[in-house]
Design a protein around this ligand. Structure first.
Ligand code: ADP
Ligand code: MG
Length: 329
């Protein structure tokens, strides 16, 4: 418990150092203007191209250039040595999916400091895995959890408290208590969805909710609905790119596991290319650290295939979706 408090204090202090107002030349008004446009901290300002930052915020380019330079000198933007990197990797933790086979496929469970993506057709289990994970993250480490809370961003109204209770009961958790440890938000637009993700640090540091898992079901649904047709692809990808940066920073910064679901294009006749390719294209392909393609097998069985993992062999695992949740088949 004391350790938890200590950690939180550390995070808070880090956050204070990170505040935009600490950039020389940035007062409350400019900081507010930046925040309104989604630039919430020093790093966001330091790494955004000046043209883009000027366009997004409407602040003059000369001012923007000064702000960026100041933010950069404020930040430790040096290289990290490999030993430190190894240390950071040591703090990586894993959450069980409920299926040993599926865990094995992805190296022992869904990992913190990473984004794990499942994609597949309707009914392949993408949402069910998310619901299982928001329960399992609450379990003690010896049972494959992180003794923590979860956040769930719901874009398609798929979050089902009743189902969560069923899964919680099956793993031996108090059903009511389990629901209390999941912070759910419904997203109504892609901007709203990004905003919600950006609120996660507040939940962790200000409201002291020890969140270790963020589920987004689904990542692309709203974006896809808002940007229809080939002509809008570039704009959509740009927004997705921004969103993924937000997520990656979150997962690094707060040692979060991020689990996102993704649809496959279900009408190959009207699209080009591989019908089993996930929506989002290249950008998402590079950002997701683990991509799992799901397909149906007999009855409750599902097949998971690991795709382009940086350090694990490609392979398949079979699991089942039952009344209890995700299990070995
Ligand atoms: P996706 O998100 O990929 O569209 P889901 O994760 O919603 O798919 O999976 C839906 C499937 O999960 C259903 O087809 C059903 O087989 C299974 N499922 C959902 N709830 C239960 C339950 N209570 N008991 C058994 N199986 C269930
Ligand atoms: Mg779903």
């Amino acid at each position: 418990m004391a350790e938890e408090k200590e950690k939180r204090k550390e995070l808070e202090e880090e956050n204070v150092k990170d505040e935009l107002e600490n950039i020389p030349g940035v007062g409350e008004k400019l900081a507010e203007q930046l925040r309104e446009c989604g630039y919430n901290d020093l790093m966001a300002v330091a790494v955004t191209p000046s043209g883009q930052l000027a366009d997004d915020t409407g602040i003059g380019e000369a001012t923007i250039r000064k702000i960026i330079a100041a933010a950069r000198s404020q930040l430790k933007m040096a290289f990290t040595d490999a030993a430190e990197l190894l240390d950071r990797r040591k703090s990586v933790k894993r959450i069980t999916t409920g299926s040993k086979e599926l865990d094995k496929l992805i190296g022992g469970g869904v990992e913190t400091q990473s984004i794990t993506e499942t994609f597949g057709e309707f009914g392949t289990g993408k949402t069910q895995i998310g619901l299982q994970l928001v329960v399992n993250v609450q379990l003690p480490p010896e049972k494959g959890g992180l003794d923590s809370y979860a956040a769930f961003i719901d874009t398609e109204n798929t979050f089902r408290p009743k189902r969560v209770q069923q899964i919680a009961k099956a793993v031996g958790l108090d059903e009511k208590e389990a629901l209390k440890r999941i912070k759910v938000a419904r997203a109504y637009s892609s901007d709203h969805q990004i905003l919600l993700a950006e609120k996660i640090p507040d939940l962790i540091t200000k409201e002291e909710v020890p969140i270790k898992l963020l589920v987004i079901d689904s990542l692309m649904g709203l974006l896809r609905a808002e940007y229809i047709g080939r002509g809008t692809l570039a704009a959509r990808q740009q927004k997705l790119n921004k969103y993924l940066h937000v997520l990656q920073r979150l997962s690094d910064r707060y040692n979060l596991a991020i689990y996102v679901t993704n649809q496959v294009m279900s009408r190959p006749d009207v699209f080009f290319g591989d019908p089993t390719k996930a929506i989002g294209g290249h950008i998402l392909g590079h950002a997701a650290t683990y991509r799992i393609y799901l397909r149906k097998s007999k009855g409750s069985k599902r097949i998971a295939r690991l795709i382009d993992s940086p350090c694990l062999p490609e392979g398949e695992a079979i699991f089942a979706i039952t009344e209890k949740g995700i299990e070995d088949a």
